[in-house]
Structure formats: C-alpha cells, structure tokens
Design a protein around this ligand. Structure first.
Ligand SMILES: [Zn+2]
Length: 231
C-alpha cells in the first residue's frame, strides 16, 4: 500500500473490517499512534487521517500506528454509537463491545507509544479545542497544536468546555482512571500504552473541508515537534 503502510485487519463488525495501518522502520524513532472514527457521526477525523497518509507527511521520521475507523458500523449509519447503541468511547474500562475488545487486542501486540492522538469532532463547539493527558509533565504539544489549528478555524474561547475548565481551547483534566467508571479510549491508552496523549476536536458546524484542514494542521504540528521537521 501507499508509502509502505501495512494494512492489518484486526477484527470485523457486521459487514465491516476493523483495520490498522502501520509503518515501521529500523532504528530508533518516535512511535506515534493516531486514531479516528470511534464516533460514527464525526466524519472529518477518518478523512483527515486518510489525507495525512496520502500526503506523505507520515514519513520515515517516525514509526506509525493508525486506527483510522474504530466504529465503521456507526459511520455507515451516521450514529455516534455502534450498531448496538454503545458509545465505544465510554467502553474502554470493561471492553464490552466487539470493537473495543478487538482494538485492545491489537493494541496489546504493539510497543508503547511516545505520543497518542485520538481525533474527534464536536457538534456543540464553536471552535477547535483539545484535551491533554500528560501526568509526567513532558513538553506539551497543546499550544503548538492549537496555534496551528487557529490558522484554519476559530478556537473555542470558553472557560468551561464539556463541563471542564479550559483555557485557550486547552483542557487538562486530572488523570484519574480509578475514579472513572467509563473510560474513553484516551484513558485506556494512557493506562496501558503511552504517557502522553491528546484528544483533539474540530467544530462540526464548520464546513467539512475546514474541519479536516484544522485537524490536519493540529496533527502536523504535533508530528513535527515529536519527530522533527520534514526533510
Ligand atoms: Zn467524538
């Protein structure tokens, strides 16, 4: 497949495969994980990841792990949830759904990631925003991601987003997996597979092309800072 990506089918749901795209190179390189499409009513994130693959930006600077469509049934139906009505992004503590179970199985076969980004969009937001989980206080990628997205679309200026304190489109929630009954993918990744993760959100009210461009801009900023500038 294009650019040396390996296409891996790690499960299926209904008529649809669950797939990962990976690209490994010898030598020490940062390991970057990107996922999208866990909410079926959010079409921009899977398209943004496919555009990144096509663009060639996911190059030899890093080792890549992509899950571009974690809820294919939901995307086909245009629903947030899967075909059984489960919000998969609340299912990662107990892994009750076939999608999250298969995804966790695939993740268990991968090395740990230096960076993980879950790509989403938000129907209520008027601008781009993101969540950061960075319990070790590593150099933050939040500000560069927001700055890059802001060149494409507005940033949500609200002091409270989704019930959490926010500043300049950045939410830094406490990392409290034991206190949360329903884990999103990001908490699961943080507990088992990475020490730095982001959930980025584009505003659904804007045109699809703008949302894709905003997500690509934010992802590009995070990738360049983690893997070095493109040569
Ligand atoms: Zn979402």
């Amino acid at each position: 497949m294009k650019d040396g990506f390996r296409f891996e089918r790690f499960g299926s749901v209904g008529a649809f495969p669950l797939v990962a795209l990976t690209k490994r190179k010898a030598g020490p390189r940062p390991r970057i994980y990107l996922s999208a499409g866990i909410h079926g009513d959010e079409p921009a994130p899977p398209l943004a990841l496919l555009e990144l693959v096509e663009s060639g930006i996911l190059d030899a600077r890093a080792v890549w792990f992509l899950c571009p469509l974690l809820n294919p049934d939901g995307l086909a139906r245009g629903t947030r949830e899967n075909a059984s009505g489960v919000d998969l992004n609340r299912d990662y503590r107990h892994l009750g759904a076939p999608e999250t179970c298969a995804h966790a199985g695939w993740l268990a076969r991968q090395p740990n990631f230096d960076l993980a980004i879950c790509v989403h969009e938000d129907w209520e937001s008027t601008g781009f925003y993101l969540y950061e989980l960075n319990p070790d206080g590593r150099p933050s990628l939040a500000e560069p991601m927001v700055a890059s997205a802001s060149r494409v679309c507005p940033v949500d200026p609200s002091p409270v987003i989704e019930g959490r304190e926010a500043r300049g489109g950045i939410i830094r929630p406490p990392f409290d997996p034991a206190g949360r009954e329903k884990w999103p993918e990001s908490i699961y990744l943080q507990v088992h597979h990475t020490r730095l993760s982001y959930t980025i959100e584009s505003p659904s009210a804007l045109p699809l092309s703008t949302r894709i461009a905003a997500l690509r801009a934010a992802l590009g900023a995070a990738i360049d800072r983690t893997a070095g500038p493109r040569r």
